[in-house]
Every structure is written in structure tokens, then in C-alpha cells.
Write a protein that binds this ligand. Structure first.
Ligand SMILES: Nc1ncnc2[nH]cnc12
Ligand SMILES: [Zn+2]
Length: 328
């Protein structure tokens, strides 16, 4: 059991963290029939494309600043309850725009939720703005421009999520140039649905310090070696990968092999209720199914904090908190 382990997570999509009970409340509030999306406590989707559609539909149930504050506070308090001291949430201003709330109010709600959760639990949180690849290059560039100009101190990173099979990384490279020039940390979903070439493209064209998933790098030993040399951190989400059938089961998941090869890896939940998981469960699986030792699990948590998009004073404080309580 990893219940008492100090945890940190740097890859979770805020709308993807919607607990089924909250989805139902929101659906009732706005008179939306979500029966095709949710059966009991299970989000129903069959493959990656359907998952993305389902994700966007659940996101559309949050329509006000207060809705987003509630969602964010709910998720962060759940994380804090399992000893999580740091979280980076991936947010998409496109969702705010698409439901007519607007990006500013969308982010204001999320920030309210972050402050409320910090007040209640002490959890430290930062925001990664993401472009959604399936909304096209212009929309991803607009997301980067938004992140760059709004100068919100909680927004410290830029990402691209969504349908990895749409276009090539080169089509989106400009968005990352804008984010890099604004001083934001860079990470990108790659090597999840697409193979090793997608991770190579990301390294060549985005030069990120982290990659979301990246697990299919395992298909190319030279690429694994390149990740080791660069020190690129993979934000690994094992439960997500199994649910989305990237790998058939936890036994064949490459997290152990990547770590053994020297790649810097950490454990994350991605969209936990969509994949019937939680950060706590991901840590338990690492220990009980994948066979990582306590020290190895702590080492992955340390990687998450070392790779976090925070200022050095905050990183130091988090590491001190982690060192004071880890593996005791
Ligand atoms: N696992 C995932 N991959 C790509 N885009 C996403 N958006 C939310 N979850 C995602
Ligand atoms: Zn993700």
C-alpha cells in the first residue's frame, strides 16, 4: 500500500478529473442528457477517438467561473487527501471559449479552485495551458499566445494534447516557439497513440524538458538512449495507457524498462475517472503490480518535483517537504 507515500503529479487534465457524481450534478444543472456518456460510475467510450469526444462533452458541462472553481477544488482536495503535495493541472482555454465563458473567466475559476484547495490542504498547484491538436494549428497557436500574454503567475507551462494522429509536430512548432519565448516550461503529448517517430519529432522540433506519455519510445532503443542523454522526463500514466489499449496489460507496460534504461520517469493519472483510476491507485499499481520498491517509487516522485514548472524557491520548499516525510 502506498497510502502514506508523499506524492506529486505533473500530468492531469482538469476536465478529465471530473468525478462521475459531479458530471451528473452539472448535467442536471444545465439540463443535459449524459446517459450516452456515463453508465453508473463508468464513462463509456470505446477507443481513443471516442474518449476525446466524451472528454469534450463532459468539459462542456462546466460553464461558469464557479463551476470551474468547484471542479478544481474538488480534484485538488482529493489529491491532497492521498498525501499529494504538488499538482500540475492541464487546462484548455479553448474549452472556456467553446462554451461561451471565455478564457479569462475559465482561468479565473480554476485559479479560485487552486487558492481554495491550497488554503484547505496546503497543496501547491501550477497550471499548464494546452492547445488541443484536433482543433488545428491555429487554435494551438492561439492557446500559446493566450498563455504568453496573460502573465498569470500560476500558469507556468505549455502543452499540446488531443488527437496525436492529426498532422505532424512541425505543423504546431510555432505555438511552442511562442510559449518558449514567453518563458513557459514546455511539454507535449507524444508517443501515446503514435509511435516512436512522434517522440523524435517532439524532441527535434519542440525541445521540451518533458513529454506527456512518451512510452512508445520503447519501440526504438536509440531513441530511449537519446531520452537518457537529454534527461527528458516522461510523464507516464500507466492506467491511462492500459485503458486506451496502448499496451494490453500492466505487465507489458514499459515503465519498468524505461526506468531501468535510465530514462527519467514519474507517475501520473491523466484523466483519472475516465480510466477508472486515481493518482493513489497509480502509485498502488506501481508498487503491487509493477513491483517497484518503495525507494524507486520515491525516486519517481522526486523526478516529478525536479521537473515541475515552478520557481527554484518553490521547488526547494517542495523537495524539503518531500524529504522530511518520504519513505518513513
Ligand atoms: N490521454 C490523452 N491524450 C491526449 N489528449 C488528451 N486529452 C485528455 N487526455 C488525453
Ligand atoms: Zn494527457
Amino acid at each position: 500500500m502506498t497510502k502514506n507515500f508523499v506524492k506529486a503529479e505533473i500530468h492531469c487534465h482538469i476536465e478529465g478529473a471530473t468525478p462521475p457524481h459531479l458530471a451528473r450534478t452539472q448535467a442536471q444543472k444545465y439540463g443535459v442528457d449524459i446517459a450516452p456518456l456515463l453508465s453508473g460510475d463508468t464513462y463509456t467510450w470505446k477507443d481513443f477517438s471516442e474518449f476525446i469526444l466524451s472528454y469534450d462533452a463532459i468539459a462542456s458541462l462546466f460553464r461558469t467561473e464557479a463551476d470551474y472553481a468547484l471542479l478544481t477544488e474538488t480534484y485538488l482536495c482529493e489529491l491532497a487527501a492521498c498525501n499529494t503535495i504538488y499538482s500540475e493541472i492541464i487546462v484548455s482555454p479553448d474549452h472556456g471559449d467553446r462554451i461561451g465563458l471565455g478564457a479569462d473567466a475559465y482561468l479565473a475559476g480554476i485559479c479560485d479552485g487552486i487558492h481554495a484547495a491550497k488554503e484547505k490542504t496546503g497543496i501547491e498547484t501550477r497550471i499548464i495551458v494546452t492547445g488541443e491538436r484536433h482543433f488545428g494549428p491555429d487554435s494551438v497557436i492561439a492557446a500559446a499566445e493566450y498563455a504568453a500574454r496573460c502573465r498569470n503567475p500560476l500558469i507556468t507551462g505549455f502543452n499540446m494534447a488531443g488527437e496525436e494522429r492529426m498532422g505532424r509536430v512541425a505543423d504546431y512548432a510555432r505555438a511552442f516557439d511562442i510559449a518558449r519565448d514567453a518563458g513557459l516550461g514546455l511539454t507535449i503529448h507524444a508517443g501515446e497513440v503514435c509511435g516512436a517517430f512522434s517522440v523524435s519529432d517532439a524532441l527535434d522540433l519542440v525541445r521540451p524538458s518533458r513529454i506527456g506519455h512518451g512510452v512508445r519510445a520503447i519501440e526504438d532503443p536509440a531513441l530511449v538512449e537519446r531520452l537518457v542523454e537529454l534527461g527528458t522526463v516522461l510523464e507516464v500514466c500507466p492506467g491511462s495507457n492500459i485503458a486506451l489499449q496502448v499496451f494490453p496489460d500492466f505487465e507489458s507496460h514499459p515503465l519498468k524498462a524505461l526506468k531501468a534504461a535510465g530514462v527519467r520517469v514519474c507517475i501520473n493519472s491523466d484523466d483519472p475517472p475516465f480510466f477508472k483510476t486515481s493518482l493513489a491507485r497509480e502509485y498502488d499499481i506501481a508498487a503491487e503490480v509493477m513491483g517497484f520498491s518503495d525507494a524507486e517509487i520515491d525516486a519517481m516522485t522526486r523526478v516529478a518535483i525536479e521537473a515541475a514548472f515552478v520557481d527554484e524557491a518553490t521547488r526547494g520548499a517542495l523537495l524539503a517537504r518531500f524529504d522530511a516525510t518520504a519513505a518513513q
